[in-house]
Design a protein around this ligand. Structure first.
Ligand code: SF4
Ligand SMILES: [Zn+2]
Ligand SMILES: [Zn+2]
Length: 338
């Protein structure tokens, strides 16, 4: 097949758009989608200046998604003094998995000359994920512990580096899966949280042809206690992220974590693959509708919860929490007690 734009040999066919693209036009189309998302979500605020630059912390795991995100952000903002990037890698302590992907992170950040920080569960919490899996004091899946620890470190270090935003490499498939899981679990509060945490634009603006500002898309809720997050890759399907990494020869690490255990997500993944194959464009339409509904849910829940979210500090570590001791500290207590 030939590229629909230039007639050269196509490297991909996107069933959802019907387009065949050659290598150059495919790479350009991914770059364009990511840059459009950055614009539409207003990630660069109007008051960012070369004298008052924004710091963006990028969660860099070494997998294809975060490697591609870091590469595109670097090329987009390399000559823009308003944005400073810091890549943050978290080492969970998983034998035969994380060491290799940390090497990929070091290789990429060296090549692009980006500041790179590495933090480990072992140094931070005196525990490795391999030991957590073996002890498992709460009888939970590995990812349930790991997710709490990772979120804690991302927030802690984003604050430490004075980050204005925390960016992660979630792609279209990841987001559509999360949307579907929230629906199927009937969790409207979670949908509202999802919106305020990482969907929608940062600034309120008018719809085209609409003189009433409130008629425009809803902006994110204020999140005073957390560094706001964003996912600039969320319009790009997973397969295209992988193809991009391959064509651009990026040092992405592809082995899967041996403790990966999100069984329910796996089922949803299969369901979505089947739907997408029979009805191309399903992931895009799920996200378009979900984002609108999530905005409504956020409006409702945000208003309801305002003022009564008793957010305090953990007695032990100072992290924001609604309890005396945060979830991470109580998990660590039970792990260390074994
Ligand atoms: S798959 Fe689960 S256990 Fe492995 S790194 Fe990810 S969250 Fe942690
Ligand atoms: Zn072409
Ligand atoms: Zn704590």
């Amino acid at each position: 097949m030939d590229c629909d734009k230039c007639g050269r040999e196509a490297v991909m066919h996107a069933a959802y758009s019907g387009l065949h693209l050659c290598e150059d036009h495919f790479v350009a189309s991914v770059d364009k989608r990511v840059r459009r998302r950055i614009r539409e979500d207003d990630l660069v605020p109007s008051d960012a200046t070369p004298e008052n630059p924004q710091t963006w912390v990028v969660g860099l795991s070494g997998g294809k998604d975060s490697i591609v995100l870091t590469d595109i952000l670097h090329r987009t903002f390399e000559k823009d003094p308003r944005i400073e990037l810091v890549a943050l890698t978290i080492h969970e302590g998983i034998e035969g998995y994380r060491d290799e992907s940390v090497e990929a992170c070091v290789e990429l950040t060296d090549e692009l000359d980006i500041r790179h920080e590495l933090v480990t569960y072992e140094e931070e919490f005196d525990v490795r994920m391999d030991d957590v899996v073996e002890k498992d004091p709460e009888g939970m899946a590995a990812c349930a512990y790991c997710g709490v620890f990772r979120r804690d470190l991302l927030s802690k270090y984003a604050e430490k580096y004075d980050a204005d935003k925390l960016l992660t490499g979630h792609n279209l498939d990841d987001e559509a899966e999360t949307a579907l899981m929230n629906f199927l679990e009937g969790d409207v509060a979670q949908i509202a949280k999802h919106f305020d945490a990482s969907l929608g634009s940062f600034e309120e603006r008018e719809s085209p042809g609409d003189s009433d500002a409130s008629g425009g898309p809803r902006a994110r809720g204020e999140q005073d206690d957390f560094v706001p997050r964003a996912k600039p890759l969320r319009d790009v399907p997973e397969k295209e992220v992988a193809l991009y990494a391959h064509l651009e020869d990026l040092p992405a690490h592809i082995t899967e974590c041996p403790h990966a255990s999100e069984a329910y997500r796996g089922e949803i993944q299969e369901l979505l693959h089947g739907l997408e194959e029979n009805h191309p464009g399903t992931r895009h339409s799920i996200m378009a509708g979900y984002e609108e509904l999530a905005a409504l849910a956020a409006e409702e829940f945000g208003a309801r919860e305002e003022g009564d979210t008793d957010l305090g500090e953990c007695d032990r570590c100072g992290a924001s929490t609604t309890r005396n001791i945060c979830r991470k500290c109580s998990l660590l207590d039970s792990i260390h007690a074994v």
